[in-house]
Design a protein around this ligand. Structure first.
Ligand SMILES: Nc1nc2c(ncn2[C@@H]2O[C@H](COP(=O)(O)OP(=O)(O)OP(=O)(O)O)[C@@H](O)[C@H]2O)c(=O)[nH]1
Ligand SMILES: [Mg+2]
Length: 292
């Protein structure tokens, strides 16, 4: 997982040794839109198959955050209810970014809520876009990431590695995943959606997204009060309209919250039915599954 353009699809293509195993983007907008899996035999142990799941990245526009979270969560819920266990979740981060942008902070925050602390051992932070020789700036940024943004999960057993855009480098990371052997029992969102039968709005990630969108909406309202060009005003209004629709979808009626707290009412929706139409991986019990 990770922000748009971090290199998730590129990693999968590199690992598969193909340019078209999954679609790579060349523009500024998100490229991967649906979750997609690619099955790759291990290069030195061809009997062993590894399944890589490519996910859509969150972007700067905030207009389809809910949609992206829903797609990722639905896939995870469906696979968990089919007893598919994930070997690792890779979080990709572009090391050339000289500061954490709003989109990167948002994505990392959602990622942490999605996985939960308990799943940290299965989390691999993978930094991308390293130059042929790492620069002092890049190394400083890597240290900073480890000490701040990644530190909580690293402290609970997560790993941080560099991807050097080569087949060898990609497989070195995959082999680390295999050797660590930290099969993720369940990501937090899987437990919440499947075991606790929560609705997406009621999950930790759903609540985190609500808070983030509310903040952006408030900031946009403040910006609207300042003098701006007609075009800027039009764009801000358009963004806020899209955000408001997402906030509406994320709202949990108070009565539902109240009932949940006192366990008066268990929701009657069966998550497996709700996600029936999602295409997950066919028969993968004997394989390693790595989500990017
Ligand atoms: N130099 C270099 N370029 C990279 C690397 N990773 C990705 N890119 C380039 O970055 C662009 C976006 O990469 P993608 O793999 O499509 O990114 P993504 O994370 O899948 O993005 P979404 O599908 O939009 O979420 C492409 O032009 C890649 O060629 C890397 O490690 N080094
Ligand atoms: Mg992609």
């Amino acid at each position: 997982m990770g922000p748009t353009g971090a290199g998730k699809s590129t990693f999968i293509n590199t690992v598969a040794g193909k340019t078209d195993a999954t679609l790579v983007g060349h523009g500024l907008t998100s490229c991967t839109s649906a979750l997609q899996h690619v099955i790759v035999p291990h290069p030195t142990d061809p009997g062993r198959r590894i399944v890589f799941v490519d996910t859509p990245g969150f972007n700067d526009t905030n207009i389809d955050d809910y949609d992206i979270l829903e797609r990722i969560s639905a896939w995870l819920a469906k696979s968990y209810s089919n007893r598919v266990k994930v070997s690792a979740v890779l979080y990709l981060h572009d090391i050339t970014m000289n500061r954490m942008t709003g989109a990167s902070k948002k994505t990392l925050n959602l990622f942490q809520h999605l996985c939960g602390e308990k799943a940290s051992k299965g989390v691999f932070f993978v930094t991308t876009r390293w130059g042929p020789a790492s620069s002092v700036d890049e190394e400083k940024r890597e240290d900073e990431l480890k000490e701040t943004f990644f530190s909580s999960m690293l402290g609970h057993g997560a790993t941080c590695e560099r991807f050097l855009l080569s087949h060898e480098s990609a497989w070195a990371i995959v082999n680390l995943v295999i050797n660590k052997g930290a099969l993720v029992e369940a990501l937090q969102i899987q437990e919440e959606l499947v075991d606790l039968k929560k609705r997406l709005q009621e999950t930790s990630a759903g609540a985190a997204l609500y808070e983030q969108l509310q903040k952006i909406c408030d900031e946009n309202v403040q910006r609207l009060k300042r003098s701006m060009s007609e075009e800027e005003i039009r764009k801000l209004k358009e963004t806020n309209k899209a955000i408001s629709a997402q906030l509406e979808a994320l709202k949990v009626p108070l009565s539902t919250k109240f009932k949940r707290v006192f366990e008066i009412d268990a929701p009657d929706t069966d998550i497996t039915q709700e996600f029936q139409n999602i295409d997950i991986i066919p028969d993968v019990r004997d394989t390693d599954i790595i989500i990017l």
